[in-house]
Structures are given as structure tokens and as C-alpha cells.
Design a protein around this ligand. Structure first.
Ligand code: PGA
Length: 255
């Protein structure tokens, strides 16, 4: 396993937090703290905040992401946003299949796959989330489920397009709960994801794919998590809303 073949990405997922004005203020606070990072720094923000975020991040090493994308190019899909709209607004990344969308908004493995295909076709980098619930873990299904979700999300994705895909392993029981997976559990989960990719695309390709960990990653535990061989950065919820904490995580991934 060779970590040097992969880029570490620290991505904030702001979820439904921050107004446009608050977005400008928070990014201005973050910019000097994350300047010169030796990893990619991304902030995925609510759609309404995208113009403010892109403007505030100009000239810095912060790239902006969205939190969802629709799979059609255009049409009668009230409330949805197409990939080309995001691209034109200056968005580079998009979170797809977050467990909150799977849980509250009817997202399925199939729609996750369709959104992923639409994102990469438009030139976005997709951050595709997979993860088991506590019940699934306790029943012993973690490996089966992570491999299934990963392969379903990547259906019809070419090896070439895989360059624009990041998988985020986010155990559902660790999201927003303050309960972090141990570094060993994170490494194991990320390893299952990588094995699934290897089973479809081969080991060499799998070694180049960035696999993040997400779920209560914070300024205190980031060092230990990102040090693991299979953990190539993180998807950060709560701690990405605080400039200082987020910058500590970025520094941990830069070592
Ligand atoms: P959390 O969220 O860091 O607040 O647990 C992570 C995520 O949902 O991406």
C-alpha cells in the first residue's frame, strides 16, 4: 500500500449551516490559517452560499464544493441543481450520497450512482459517501455493505473517470454524534472500500483513489486518523464550521 500515490483531501461539509454573509466571514477567517497546506482544502457549502464562497476563496488554496447535484442536465425537477450550473458557478467538488440524504431524502444506491455519473461527466470531482449503520455493524455486515455501496456508486464509471472520484467512508453511527471510529476501524473501513475498487478496477488503480474518513473527525483526533495508511484525509462536518479547528485538521493531513 502506497500512500504517496494519493492526494489527501480535507473537505468541510457545512450541511445546512451559514448564510451567505456568514460564509464570507468564515472563509476570510480560514484563508490565512490553511494557506500553504500540503493537502487539498475543500469547503462544500449550501447552494445559496456558493457565489459568496467562490468569491471569498478567490486567490486562496480553498476550493468550493456543493452538497448535492441532480443527475439530469436540465428539466422539470423543482428544487434541484444540475452539474453544469455548479460548474458555471465555480464549483469544483460535490458531495454525493451523504447518509443524511440517504436517510431523510430518499437517496438510494441507484440515485447515488446517477448523480456520480452526472458529476464526473460535467468535470466535477465527486465525493461519494458510503457507510454502515450501527445495526449493520453489529450484525457483521460492515464489509459486505461498504463493498456493495462502493460498487453500486461506481457502476458504469470508467477507470479514467475514477480520477475524479473520492470515496468518503462515513460510519453512520459516528456522524455528528461525537463518537469517532477508532483509527483502526477507520483504516479497516477505508480498506474495504479500496478492496471493492480493486475488485472492479484492479489493485494498481485502487491504490491511486483518495478514500477519506468522515464522522466526528476533529482537531484532537485528526492526527491519529490521517496517519493510517488507508485514510487519505477527511470529510468534516461540525469541525469545519470553526476556522481554528478546521485548520488544525488541515495541518494534520499536511504532515
Ligand atoms: P461530523 O459530520 O464531522 O459532524 O460528524 C461528518 C459528515 O457528516 O460529513
Amino acid at each position: 500500500m502506497n500512500k504517496a500515490k494519493r492526494t489527501a483531501v480535507i473537505a468541510g461539509n457545512w450541511k445546512m449551516n451559514k448564510t451567505p454573509a456568514e460564509t464570507t466571514a468564515l472563509i476570510n477567517e480560514m484563508k490565512p490559517l490553511v494557506a500553504g497546506a500540503d493537502c487539498k482544502v475543500v469547503l462544500c457549502v449550501p447552494a445559496i452560499d456558493i457565489p459568496a464562497a467562490v468569491e471569498a476563496a478567490k486567490g486562496s488554496n480553498i476550493e468550493i464544493g456543493a452538497e448535492n447535484v441532480h443527475f439530469k442536465d436540465s428539466g422539470a425537477y423543482t428544487g434541484e441543481i444540475a452539474a453544469n450550473m455548479l460548474v458555471e458557478a465555480g464549483v469544483k467538488y460535490v458531495v454525493i450520497g451523504h447518509s443524511e440524504r440517504r436517510q431523510y431524502f430518499g437517496e438510494t444506491d441507484q440515485t447515488v450512482n446517477l448523480r456520480t455519473l452526472a458529476a464526473v461527466k460535467a468535470g466535477l470531482t465527486a465525493i461519494v459517501c458510503v457507510g454502515e449503520t450501527l445495526e449493520q455493524r453489529e450484525l457483521g455486515y460492515t464489509e459486505t455493505l461498504l463493498k456493495f455501496q462502493t460498487k453500486m456508486a461506481l457502476t458504469n464509471v470508467s477507470a479514467e473517470d475514477l480520477k475524479n472520484i473520492i470515496i468518503a467512508y462515513e460510519p453512520v453511527w459516528a456522524i455528528g454524534t461525537g463518537v469517532t471510529a477508532t483509527a483502526e476501524q477507520a483504516d479497516e473501513g477505508n480498506g474495504f472500500v479500496r478492496e471493492a475498487i480493486a475488485e472492479v478496477y484492479g489493485k494498481d488503480v485502487a491504490e491511486t483513489v483518495t478514500v477519506q474518513y468522515g464522522g466526528s473527525m476533529n482537531a484532537k483526533n485528526a492526527d491519529e486518523l490521517v496517519a493510517k495508511v488507508n485514510v487519505d484525509g477527511g470529510l468534516i462536518g461540525g469541525a469545519s464550521l470553526k476556522a481554528e479547528d478546521f485548520s488544525v485538521i488541515v495541518k494534520a493531513a499536511s504532515k
